[in-house]
Design a protein around this ligand. Structure first.
Ligand code: ATP
Ligand code: MG
Length: 397
């Protein structure tokens, strides 16, 4: 959807709040990305209405974080997060504010936000409210905290990782004060939950300027407080010597793991609290990458890897060895494989039982594996008849 349409679609929500006597604005990433003419994700709405008041204005709402002032309003099938203007104070343990107070002033709400570019509001007519010169920061392509950087990072240390991920997302640089404060307060990151770190890391890995983002992390020493990256300067330096901006998140983890040479990739990724499925995928891809070192892509190797893993391995492998990735060729070769999985094999264990007239047992699995391999290598056509003939010619029936 076009940015203008996203705002147009949600404008009636702001209007409804206004009609009920409240203020309401678009805030956060949506306004920032709109001003940068980048595709916007979710729209966040800030309002002077208290959660209970928001709920009284809209028929369909979900309490998603009511103690922080956030209510999800369901409107024409979509959900919109509405957060009451608030201030935060008495930050505890460098992460969570002890007190969240609802306020009626937009400026106070904008003041609690992390970076000036994220502290711009827009009303439904498109008027910009920008008390902290966020637009200037956008024009300068500069990331700068609202207020004193040291103070802001001490309040919530996650903001330091957010700075690095915005560098990756936007390709901006950090304001010198922001850089200095990052270096000074890097160790506070130890107080932040791994889940939140992973969330920011994934956003960094999804950005178009990952090299820059990783450089910020490393130079500030933030990596020391990330799972498995303490004392890994050499590996990270090596990582930074590659151009990896075009890599996907899976490919980034793969490349990172390869360079870290971690004794247990699974343990490393588990420490990051990565979803089990992703851990499985990445660790397997790492094994395939090692295998790719010793052999080129053959039909069987491609078949074994599967398309997605083969592409990930190919891209990382080509990067490591400074050659062009042959993704298109690989995709074509994969498409031409005789079968893509065991299910596509023209014979099953049942056929084998009938042909061999023997009791079922481990031999069946072995047979199927051999047939599978022969079909993929095109030694035999994938048809019942041909496979039977082939087994006979090998004296297996
Ligand atoms: P995107 O959605 O593109 O990842 P965003 O800027 O919208 O980026 P969110 O995490 O969705 O980021 O947060 C929405 C807004 O809330 C931010 O723009 C910022 O104003 C504020 N914000 C979020 N996290 C923090 C934080 N840790 N400290 C201060 N303000 C924050
Ligand atoms: Mg957002």
């Amino acid at each position: 959807m076009k940015n203008e349409d996203v705002f147009l679609q949600s404008a009636p929500l702001l209007e409804k709040l206004e009609q009920a006597g409240f203020e309401a604005y678009y805030v956060g990433g949506a306004v920032r990305d709109y001003l940068l003419q980048r595709p916007i994700g979710d729209v966040d709405i800030a309002t002077s209405a208290r959660p209970e008041e928001v709920k009284s204005v809209f028929p369909k709402t979900v309490d998603v974080g009511i103690e922080h002032g956030t209510v999800l309003v369901i409107w024409k099938g979509d959900g919109y997060e509405m957060t009451t203007f608030r201030t935060e104070s008495d930050y505890k343990d460098y992460r969570h504010p002890e007190t969240v107070s609802f306020v009626r002033s937009l400026t106070e709400d904008l003041q609690r936000r992390d970076f000036t570019m994220n502290a711009i509001a827009m009303d439904r007519s498109g008027r910009i409210i920008d008390p902290f010169n966020g637009q200037q920061a956008l024009a300068n392509k500069e990331i700068q905290t609202v207020g004193e950087a040291s103070e802001r990072f001490s309040e919530d240390a996650l903001r330091m990782m957010r700075a690095a991920r915005f560098v990756s997302q936007l390709g901006f640089r950090l304001h010198p004060h922001t850089t200095a404060a990052l270096k000074k307060h890097a160790s506070l990151l130890q107080h932040i939950a791994v889940e939140r770190k992973l969330n920011e890391m994934e956003k960094l890995f999804a950005g178009a300027n990952k090299n820059k983002g990783m450089e910020v992390l490393m130079k500030a020493g933030l990596h020391t407080y990330l799972p498995g990256l303490i004392d890994q300067e050499a590996a990270i330096e090596k990582l930074l010597s590659f151009s990896f901006d075009h890599l996907s998140s899976n490919q980034m983890w793969l490349l990172l793991l390869r360079l870290l040479n971690h004794p247990s990739p699974k343990a490393f990724l588990s420490e990051w609290r990565m979803p089990a499925q992703k851990i499985k995928y990445v660790t397997r891809a790492l094994q395939l990458l090692d295998k790719r070192d010793t052999q080129p892509w053959s039909a069987v190797f491609l078949y074994e890897a599967g398309m997605e893993s083969a592409i990930d391995v190919e891209i990382v492998h080509s990067l490591l060895y400074g050659r062009e990735a042959e993704v298109e060729e690989l995709t074509e070769r994969y498409a031409q494989l005789a079968i893509k999985s065991l299910h596509e094999l023209a014979v099953s264990g049942k056929d084998l039982l009938v042909w061999k007239q023997e009791k079922g047992g481990p031999w069946m699995k072995q047979y199927l594996a051999e047939i599978e391999c022969a079909v993929v290598e095109r030694k035999v056509e994938n048809s019942k008849e041909k496979i039977k003939e082939w087994l006979e010619s090998c004296n297996l029936l």
